[in-house]
Design a protein around this ligand. Structure first.
Ligand code: ZN
Length: 117
């Protein structure tokens, strides 16, 4: 166990469950700012919910670690839960788009493998 969690927590859990029985586990939150004023940003983290605490109520999805993306705008937010495969596909798509956008602005800084896929 590396985080703050209990002995029943997965190694990646960073929640402080002190004094309670964990109903969910959460990893480190990665924040991605979308605006300079800090009003709009993304949060990305690994989560694992118990069945009764699952947003979707999908029993099959309970107890499975998911990648949670929260889009915060003006104090409100939306959650997107992705499987690890979906998160990897999203990361790959983001990298491809970032490379294309970067290439459009800075053709001399293209990663060598970016156009081979
Ligand atoms: Zn935990």
């Amino acid at each position: 166990m590396n985080g703050l969690g209990t002995a029943n927590c997965p190694a990646w859990c960073r929640m402080d469950h002190s004094g309670e029985s964990p109903m969910s586990h959460e990893g480190h939150t990665n924040a991605v700012p979308l605006a300079a004023d800090g009003v709009q940003f993304l949060e990305v983290r690994t989560v694992q919910y118990a069945a009764e605490d699952s947003d979707s109520g999908d029993l099959a999805a309970a107890h499975i670690p998911l990648v949670e993306v929260a889009h915060h705008v003006d104090g409100r937010y939306r959650l997107i839960n992705l499987s690890s495969a979906q998160a990897r596909a999203l990361a790959d798509a983001l990298l491809r788009c970032a490379d294309a956008a970067n290439f459009a602005r800075h053709p001399d800084r293209l990663r060598p493998d970016a156009l081979e896929q």
